[in-house]
Design a protein around this ligand. Structure first.
Ligand code: RIB
Length: 305
């Protein structure tokens, strides 16, 4: 069975449903407030676990009700939490999500315990990383920890997937340790300075990353689909047209689901992207990040085998 390790964030999400994203200086009444399990790392781990693979997590929560709830939620998904620490001094990470009537969101994140995930923790998790097919990381935990984890992964021939969100500049060192990078179009432009409109821009972006050592670039383009460029070729995989209720966690679902089916030689890359998009198209039709991530059975029920 494929084994995936996720190094990443665990957040409690509070979603405010609003007519539209407020303008600077504007005060607005909300239509409703709800809470759900979230965090980019935790969402990606749950997406992979619900797709039936073996998932381990490296992360940190606070010693509080939120942390207890999140660990309990992830444990019920069958995720191995041996490398998740409970921090005595800092609260569990949290996110405030503004969700508009079109299902689009803006997210504010308070790192909390996620900011305390340490190099020592990933060193202690060397065996877990070494036994994985993929390790996935994002930018909601300290970047030096991702570098340390990817170095361990490389030492053991494990493929590394970097989801560069929230986007910021990426060092050449981290790029040289990354096998697959998965920005959305906005993140891609912020990181490379290359506007992503036409296919030629995407090809240029993939070349930019390849020159820095990244073998595979996947740019997620929302309703337009996914552009990929890899050692096995390049192309587009179209998105599935659905009515979005809440896009929170869609990108995370894509990455987790993709990692559960992608072969090490990328020979099934188009099918893996298609499966990731099928899963995320289901996520956007439900409220909240983690609660709406589908199982493999659900994806099969909706889209066939
Ligand atoms: O990608 C969605 C996630 O981003 C939310 O669950 C929130 O916690 C933030 O990490």
């Amino acid at each position: 069975m494929t084994k995936v390790t996720v190094l990443g964030s665990i957040n409690l999400d509070t979603t405010y449903s609003i007519p539209r994203i407020p303008l600077p200086g504007e005060t607005m009444h909300v239509n409703g407030v709800s809470s759900a399990a979230g965090g980019k790392g935790a969402n990606q781990a749950v997406a992979a676990a619900r797709s039936g693979v073996d998932v381990s997590f490296i992360g940190r929560v606070g010693k509080d009700h939120g942390g207890e709830f999140m660990l309990d939620t992830m444990k019920k998904e069958g995720i191995n939490l041996d490398n998740v620490l409970v921090d005595e001094d800092i609260e569990t990470g949290s996110a405030v999500i503004m969700l508009d009537e079109n299902g689009q969101n803006s997210i504010l994140v308070d790192a909390g315990a996620n900011g305390e995930v340490s190099v020592k923790q990933v060193e202690a998790a060397e065996d877990t990383i070494a036994n994985s097919d993929y390790i996935i990381a994002q930018f909601e935990t300290p970047v030096e920890v991702t570098i340390a984890a990817f170095k361990i992964a490389k030492k053991h021939g494990v493929k590394t997937i970097l989801n560069p969100a929230p986007a910021h500049e990426i060092s050449d060192e981290l790029l040289s340790l990354t096998d697959i990078i998965t920005p959305n179009e906005t993140e891609s432009s912020l990181i490379t300075g290359i506007e992503v409109n036409e296919e030629a821009d995407m090809t240029k972006t993939a070349e930019h990353f390849r020159n820095k050592g990244v073998e595979t670039t996947l740019i997620t383009l929302g309703s337009r689909g996914v552009f990929y460029s890899s050692s096995v070729g390049k192309g587009f995989v179209k998105a599935f047209k659905v009515k979005a209720v809440d896009t929170t966690g869609a990108g995370d679902t894509f990455i987790g689901a993709l990692s559960s089916v992608l072969k090490a030689d990328y020979s099934n890359i188009e099918d893996a992207i298609k499966y990731g998009q099928q899963a995320s198209s289901i996520t956007v039709q439900g409220a909240g990040a983690m609660p709406s991530i589908p199982t493999r059975e659900k994806v099969t029920e909706v889209y066939g085998g």
